[in-house]
Design a protein around this ligand. Structure first.
Ligand code: AMP
Ligand code: MG
Length: 408
């Protein structure tokens, strides 16, 4: 087992041991936010036919002079109906937006340029060739790769899949995350804590994060600081793709999690990482099940899951980019930092009026102060080799999924 390793070493240990989850076909109506398991190649053109972009008249541009002209109206073409006639010299067809362009016509003039009387229309100006005609396949050609394996289905992606008739896309199953909170002092959120007890915030926070990061989590299980109870909780969560255990991984007298896991046959890969928060982070596997042991402090567990858990989920989903979007920002306040530890500080980033990003700490950074997670819209990465962090320091921030970078 390795100990006191760097953030990057710890991350590789975890990502090397999580597996791509299986694929499944789901109805298009459920595809939003899901990750595609296969490239989507278009078998159609979009738009499928050349159509009018305006309500007006489809005609041959060469039949008009710069001052317009007078043409015979041979047909009316509403959207959804195929034209029946070919537009010849001196002719045009009244056409609605979205209707197919009739044979012979190459241009559409809007109704505002015209006056129609008894199947004859006067057009008050000339029209450039092709104007107001939407060409076929302008958006998508047959054979185009519309979306790639690993892409998340967005509302626009869903609309495109619908346009192509992909009604049951192949997506990755949601990775199943098991969550166990531990501690004799921890009582359910519904309980009135007695002196010395606290309500369970890790369970709900980690479950919520798992959902936000695209995983499936049925809930959380709580275990007392008792080897038997910890084992019972673990056994109830082995049918998962990643097991998270929060608390009980430090060196306290009642921190039984590691001992129980080892008794259950866990191969321990690392314990302790040069990072803050989350130094006592532990990672092992029982068979193929990866198990992340997070420190119990609410900030440590939320941050370790947001960094390691999120990247593990992204890897299981086959995404190309792991974790939240990373951007450069300028610090607006000093932050204390111990050298040689990688920091995951909670930050509030916003966009200045000049379009650059500014970031500052989201309140006090103690690993027990969940308020910083409440306020944060990003994680400020301060690498191990960085020592001083003051106003003006350029830092990398990682956006949290609920981030909104409105200017202030
Ligand atoms: P531990 O890692 O078990 O030593 O816990 C570290 C700190 O986190 C202690 O102050 C615990 O009371 C607190 N803690 C542990 N589990 C939870 C939880 N589920 N919800 C809130 N705080 C917790
Ligand atoms: Mg504990």
């Amino acid at each position: 087992m390795r100990t006191f390793i760097s953030f990057n070493e710890a991350l590789s240990e975890v990502l090397d041991r999580v597996r791509l989850v299986e694929a499944e076909r789901i109805p298009l109506s459920e595809a939003l936010g899901r990750t595609l398991a296969k490239d989507v190649v278009s078998s159609d053109s979009i738009p499928p036919f050349a159509s009018s972009a305006m309500d007006g008249y489809a005609l041959r541009a060469e039949d008009l002079t710069g001052a317009g002209g007078t043409l015979k109206v041979i047909e009316h073409i509403p959207a959804g109906r195929m034209p029946q006639k070919t537009v010849g010299v001196g002719q045009c067809a009244r056409i609605m937006t979205g209707a197919p362009i009739p044979k012979g016509a190459d241009t559409v003039v809007p109704v505002e340029w015209t006056q129609e009387d008894q199947e004859v229309v006067d057009i008050d100006r000339g029209a450039p060739l092709g104007v107001h005609v939407r060409p076929a396949a302008e958006d998508v050609c047959v054979g185009d790769i519309i979306l790639r394996e690993g892409d998340v289905v967005t509302p626009g992606g869903l609309g495109m899949l619908a346009s192509l008739g992909c009604i049951s896309p192949l997506v990755r199953k949601r990775p199943r995350i098991g969550i166990i909170s531990t501690g004799d002092e921890v009582v359910p959120p519904s309980a009135q804590p007695e002196m010395g007890q606290i309500r369970n915030s890790n369970g709900p926070t980690l479950q919520a994060l798992a959902g936000v990061f695209g995983a499936s989590c049925m809930g959380y299980v709580h275990a007392k600081d008792d080897p038997k109870d910890i084992q019972r909780a673990i056994e109830s969560q082995v049918e998962t793709d990643l097991l998270i255990i929060a608390g009980g991984v430090s060196v306290g007298q009642h921190d039984y999690v590691k001992t129980v896991l080892e008794k259950m046959g866990m191969a321990m890969h690392f314990w302790k990482v040069r990072q803050r928060p989350g130094k006592p982070l532990a990672f092992g596997t029982i068979g193929k099940l990866p198990i992340l042991g997070l420190p119990g402090n609410p900030v440590s567990s939320a941050m370790c899951f947001s960094i390691y858990g999120r990247r593990a989920i992204d890897t299981m989903l086959g995404k190309a980019n792991l974790g939240g979007a990373q951007l450069q920002a300028t610090m607006n306040a000093p932050m204390k930092k111990v050298p040689e530890l990688h920091y995951f500080s909670r930050g509030i980033a916003f966009m200045r009026s000049d379009g650059t990003l500014e970031v500052g700490p989201a309140g006090a950074q103690g690993s027990n102060l969940l308020g910083s997670v409440l306020k944060a819209n990003c994680i400020i990465h301060l690498p191990a080799d960085q020592s001083k962090v003051g106003p003006g320091t350029k830092v990398t921030i990682e956006l949290l999924p609920w981030t909104d970078l409105n200017p202030v």
